[in-house]
Structure formats: C-alpha cells, structure tokens
Design a protein around this ligand. Structure first.
Ligand SMILES: [Ca+2]
Ligand SMILES: [Ca+2]
Length: 205
C-alpha cells in the first residue's frame, strides 16, 4: 500500500513537470510560428513588389514611358491613394496590351469610384494596387520625385480602420539623392501598416 501511495504521488509530480514542459514548448512554438508567418508574409510582399516592378518595366517598353503616378483629370473625387490608383488605371486601361497585375492584388482603402470608364473591369471602384496586408502600395515615378504633390494614403493594420498617412519617395541616407534615379519606387508599409517605419518593404532593397 505504502509503495503504491508513493508511486501515485510521484506520478502526479511527474505529470505536473510534463505539463510545465509542454506549456513552455507550446509558447516557444507559438513565438517561432508567429515569426515564420511574419517572414512568409514579408517574402510574399517583396515577391509581389518585384513582379509589379517587372510589369512596370514591360509597360515602359510597350508605352515608351513609365505609368504616370498622377491621376488623370476627373478620374477621382479625391487625391488620396492617387499614385497607386493611377498605377491601377495604367494597367487596366482598356487599350493596354501588356501583362497586368492580378485582380487579387486590388484593394480600395478609400472606397472611391472612377467618374468615367477608364478601366476594363466591370466594377467602377477606383482600386489601388495593394500589398498582402490589404494596404495600397505607394508608387513614385522618378519624373515627380521632387514635386510637391499629394502623397496621402489610407493604410493601417488589418481589422482596423485605415488612417490617412503620407508616404515619401526614399532617399539615400548618405548622399541625400533619391533612390532609383531615373526609374521608380514601389513601397509597402509592411506588417505595421505605417509608412516610414523600419519594416517598410521595397522592390529594390
Ligand atoms: Ca481608391
Ligand atoms: Ca511600416
């Protein structure tokens, strides 16, 4: 009896130790899995930006110039998300013959519409090209890097209301000159949904 009693007490202690170890392992797994999930979202985003950059270069080959980062007159009722919307309209122009970004990439964080038939899609929504978190990808055409134009975007964390932000074309930290001179910049606000923070992603970094 005595032996049996001691054995059952030992088993309980063992069980508690096992439970503690399992809890530690589970929390470690969640941290690692969360990190891996984050990394895969970032890889997906960089891949999307790079694919988009290839399509922009192909657009230039066909059309002779990069897509404009300014909206055509009367295309929108606001200027928010303007450059990303201009990029969408350039690719989805009914006359454009080249490869266009996937419709799965389209988002419309400011909920606006086109005022005339500028797109080949049946929807009149004035879409933006979006990143995997559903925020507009900021687009800067080098002709207008130094211009004082509206660069506001509606972006933020998933499941929260997007907030109005300003995105600026990037400069080289040492020289102060614009990155991608003579070309263009594509910038995602990254996982934090904020432009101008450490986790921002580009097609050329
Ligand atoms: Ca829009
Ligand atoms: Ca960010």
């Amino acid at each position: 009896m005595r032996v049996s009693h001691r054995r059952s007490g030992f088993t309980l202690l063992e069980l508690m130790i096992v439970l503690v170890i399992l809890a530690v392992l589970a929390s470690a797994f969640l941290v690692v899995a969360g990190g891996v999930f984050q990394q895969s979202a970032e890889r997906k985003c960089v891949s999307r930006l790079q694919q988009l950059a290839v399509m922009i270069e192909a657009y230039r080959t066909i059309e002779g110039e990069y897509p404009d980062d300014r909206l055509p007159a009367a295309a929108a009722t606001n200027q928010t998300n303007g450059a990303s919307e201009a990029l969408y309209l350039a690719f989805y122009d009914p006359q454009f013959t080249g490869e266009v970004p996937s419709q799965d990439w389209l988002t419309n964080t400011d909920g606006d519409q086109t005022s005339r038939t500028l797109t080949r899609l049946p929807s009149r929504e004035l879409f933006e090209l979006g990143d995997p978190w559903g925020n507009p990808i900021a687009y800067f055409e080098s002709l207008h890097y130094a211009d004082d134009q509206d660069r506001s975007y509606f972006a933020g964390l998933e499941d929260e209301d997007p907030e109005e932000q300003v995105a600026e074309p990037r400069r080289n930290a040492r020289t102060g000159g614009f990155d991608q001179a003579g070309k263009f910049q594509l910038i995602s606000a990254g996982a934090d949904g904020l432009f101008g923070t450490e986790d921002d992603l580009t097609h050329y970094d």
